[in-house]
Design a protein around this ligand. Structure first.
Ligand code: SIN
Length: 282
């Protein structure tokens, strides 16, 4: 293991996303290299590694360099690996997971720091993933809207997923667990969050999981929430990643959202996702 840090970081857009070259993440990495990767994540919101050869053990070893691994509470796992979530679309499937702009598991009291998604099989085209920079979404929010969200909190819930398990599992190979307890995962989070490492403010609301603004009903909340969702996904705040077999995306779940594009009917895509523990949003 060397302490040499020789990363070559190439930003993809003016908003977020950078490819990181010059590192084989299946190998044991020096603390300096891990710190440089973390810096790239903080600088770009989502980073991408190409042509990596990861097995579940090496995927896990790399993930653990960034924190505790979190087990997804609602989806199944790869056999023998409770902490690895399969994200699979079979050629015969109609649906995928993640095809709305979202921040992973924001319905948890302590949502994850980030996820590391590794491509094992991808279609020759289609199946890209979009990412959005939520710092920019906050920075460019018109002042009257900023006033409406600043200091406010919103409820986040997993009911979008768990209320229609059978319907969602039909036609989709990434299955929700069917043994879920009736108890809802519900958490109250600030609508504007201060990133615990960069100190920057970002919007923290997302379509599937933000249920209602504190003190308002869902119906009363939706006009403002829908306006925020439309704003957050402006193309100027986003990047689009084209996968290849062996690509790994590592996104900062605190300050980005992502969207999996379901545009590859009849083709197979298989990914493994691992997730790192975060801190309570402040
Ligand atoms: C997800 O984690 O939301 C899925 C992303 C993807 O399949 O590209």
């Amino acid at each position: 293991m060397s302490n040499e840090v020789n990363l070559d970081i190439k930003p993809l857009t003016g908003s977020c996303g950078a490819e990181v070259f010059g590192v084989d993440i299946a190998q044991p990495l020096s603390d300096g290299t891990v710190a440089a990767i973390r810096r790239a994540l903080l600088d770009h919101g989502v980073i991408f590694f190409r042509d990596q050869q990861l097995e579940p053990e090496t995927h896990r070893a790399f993930t653990k360099r960034f924190g505790e691994v979190v087990i997804n509470p609602v989806y199944g796992h790869v056999e023998g690996y409770p902490d690895i979530m399969p994200v699979v679309k079979e050629a015969t499937d109609k649906y995928v997971i993640g095809d709305t702009w979202h921040s992973d598991m924001s319905y948890m009291e302590v949502p994850p720091l980030g996820s590391l998604l590794y491509a094992r099989e991808v279609p020759d085209f289609g199946g890209d993933t979009l990412f959005a920079n939520m710092y920019m979404a906050y920075d460019y929010l018109p002042a009257p809207l900023k006033e409406m969200v600043e200091g406010r909190k919103a409820w986040h819930s997993d009911r979008f997923l768990t209320s229609r398990v059978a319907e969602r599992n039909a036609g989709r190979s990434t299955r929700l667990r069917t043994d879920l307890e009736a108890k809802e995962n519900l958490a109250l989070h600030p609508m504007v969050r201060t990133h615990d490492e960069t100190g920057r403010k970002c919007l923290f609301v997302n379509y599937p999981f933000t249920w209602a603004i504190e003190g308002l009903s869902r119906e009363e909340s939706l006009p403002l929430l829908n306006q925020l969702y439309a704003h957050c996904s402006r193309p100027e705040f986003t990047c689009r990643f084209r996968w290849r077999k062996g690509s790994l995306a590592f996104w900062d779940n605190r300050c980005t959202m992502h969207y999996a594009i379901n545009d590859y009917p009849g083709k197979r895509r298989e990914m493994h996702r691992m997730t790192v523990a975060g801190t309570r949003p402040q």
